[in-house]
Design a protein around this ligand. Structure first.
Ligand SMILES: [Zn+2]
Ligand SMILES: [Zn+2]
Length: 69
């Protein structure tokens, strides 16, 4: 009485891959702080010349977080 019930296989063996357009790594939008604000831990508004640098009349520089060190 050993009847192999293997008649349960459907034609296509594959999961429904419905995940289209899903990016696993979210592109982090860094609220860039300029070097001055970052060094002083100030709240940088992220402008080309932020308020802190503008107030002090110093050049506002932004360096990318990567390629540091
Ligand atoms: Zn700043
Ligand atoms: Zn600045």
């Amino acid at each position: 009485m050993s009847s192999p019930q293997n008649s349960h296989r459907s034609g296509r063996s594959g999961h429904d891959s419905d995940d289209d357009g899903y990016v696993p790594r979210t592109p982090r939008r860094t609220p860039m702080a300029c070097t001055f604000c970052r060094g002083r831990k100030l709240k940088c508004d992220g402008r080309p010349t932020c308020a802190n640098c503008n107030k002090r009349n110093i050049p506002c520089n932004y360096v990318p977080v990567s390629a540091q060190n």
